[in-house]
Ligand binder design. Structure first.
Ligand SMILES: *Cc1c(COP(=O)(O)O)cnc(C)c1O
Length: 453
């Protein structure tokens, strides 16, 4: 399997190179040169455990890693999870919830980043190389990425996050990690500022090559691939095609569901559930992709206007026509907006935007009805799913442990329900961070000073 860029300027890239490259060097995102049809395998995959299925799916996309090595990578990635089944599917009222937050940092990003950390380590050790990971986080990516690579000799990690705009616990999950290869940069700006700084630095190819920069943001193909597995796994637990409702920010999670469907897994519709930052909901309603101002909501991991994985969806929407993607993204880059001729009628994606009040309301209602405690991000999905009640069976993706957002959850439920011992233990521990202005040069200077000789 080889990979190419959504913008057409890069092709013939192996899986291992795609993972190390992160963003494609023409500014696009890496995607498989062609998608396999996995339907012939599905009958024999129905009885597999999560990790067995992960190995089976990965084998099709990472064919430059021998099966025995892949087995070791998957085993080590998921032995860090609190439950042996890795993800948990359960009934909640008349819907289903797929809990993806049983990893080390208690958010769904662990599913991908524990595996990505293993793959990085494996490839770098083979090549005798060192990688400097640069990433931006609106909260959960940072801690999950750090947990994936902390303490590794062949990796340094630099995580940018918006100062004062991630929760206290999310910040502690990053800044209390004492390993010397971990660098937390609190940026005086928004998450979009952080993401723009990272994108600008990656676009400076001489700098990228000189400092051997790698990406952990959801642009990294290995993250999408790891996320395909839970859609596949959940879809194989039902007798009829399953609909998924996905709380969405960067479109990374739901895009994996889209690919799972394209690969042949029995999936019906995908509901893209946004918070008040509704650029994606507006796009799916009208075909216009137009940047608005970022609003700060109960769901900080989704306070995003520019969804970095959206470009991969466009690529498939345009029938894998890279020239069309390039034109659309150039339009968007130049004008802050770009449009299709009308709403994208792909028959797969539905979308809706959930207000802050409806998010809190859903936490309270679901708890009152079924005793289930949902985090605010999960609640955006639960609220959205109620608007598509005719779509059955429905699986709502649960993206975070509620104790990561105790203020909102406890207020919505009316008493203290959101606690977790691993988070409680962070309070009062020594922490480290560096505050920097929202400025590309300041971040470049920081990276070049810290990079170990
Ligand atoms: C990252 C995150 C999301 C959004 O996922 P995307 O892949 O960016 O769409 C939703 N909920 C939580 C808790 C997250 O950490």
């Amino acid at each position: 399997m080889k990979y190419c860029s959504t913008r057409g300027g890069v092709s013939g890239v192996s899986f291992k190179d795609a993972v190390i490259m992160g963003l494609a060097e023409d500014g696009g995102l890496l995607v498989p040169e062609s998608l396999p049809d996995l339907t012939p395998f599905l009958p024999s995959w129905r009885s597999m455990s999560f990790t067995e299925l992960a190995e089976a799916i990965l084998a099709h996309f990472a064919d430059d890693i021998p099966a025995a090595d892949l087995h070791g990578l998957v085993e080590r990635a998921y032995e860090t999870f609190d439950i042996p089944e890795v993800v948990r599917l359960q009934e909640v009222g008349d819907t289903h919830v797929l809990e993806l937050f049983h990893g080390p940092t208690l958010a769904f990003k662990d599913v991908a980043l524990q595996l990505l950390g293993q793959i990085f380590d494996y490839v770098l050790a083979q090549r005798g190389e060192h990688l400097n990971i640069l990433g931006a986080t609106s909260g959960d990516t940072g801690s999950a990425a750090i947990a994936g690579v902390r303490g590794r000799d062949n990796i340094d990690i630099f995580i940018l996050y918006p100062l004062g705009r991630v929760s206290a616990l999310q910040e502690l999950q990053m800044t209390t990690v004492a390993d010397a290869n971990v660098h937390c940069l609190a940026i005086e700006g928004s998450f979009d500022d952080c993401q723009n700084i990272v994108k600008t630095i990656f676009a400076d190819l001489p700098f990228k090559h000189r400092y051997h920069l790698g990406a952990v943001n959801s642009v990294n193909w290995a993250r999408v691939l790891a996320q395909i597995v839970y859609y596949a796994y959940a879809s194989l637990r039902f007798d009829a095609p399953v609909n998924f409702c996905v709380p969405t920010g960067n479109f990374g999670n739901v895009f994996a569901g889209y690919l799972a469907k394209r690969l042949g897994f029995p999936i019906g519709k995908l509901i893209v559930a946004t918070n008040e930052n509704d650029i994606l909901a507006r796009f799916f309603a009208t075909g216009e992709y137009a940047r608005g101002d970022v609003r700060f909501t109960h769901t900080p991991a989704m306070d995003i206007q520019v969804a970095s994985n959206f470009e991969r969806y466009l690529y498939y929407y345009f029938g894998e026509d890279a020239a069309k993607v390039r034109r659309f993204m150039e339009d968007f880059g130049n004008h802050g907006r770009a449009a299709l001729d009308g709403a994208p009628a792909d028959g797969i994606v539905e979308s809706t935007s959930v207000s802050n009040d409806d998010t809190a309301g859903a936490i309270g209602t679901v708890f009152a009805e079924s005793g289930y405690v949902a985090d605010p991000h999960t609640a955006v999905g639960l609220a959205a799913a109620r608007r598509f009640a005719a779509l059955q069976p429905m699986v709502c993706i649960a993206t975070a442990e509620p104790a990561k957002f105790p203020e909102v959850v406890d207020a919505a439920v009316g008493r203290e329900v959101a606690t977790h011992p691993r988070l409680a233990a962070l309070v009062g521990q020594p922490s480290r961070r560096s505050e920097l202005p929202a400025n590309v040069d300041a971040v470049k200077a920081f990276v070049s000073e810290r990079v170990r000789a």
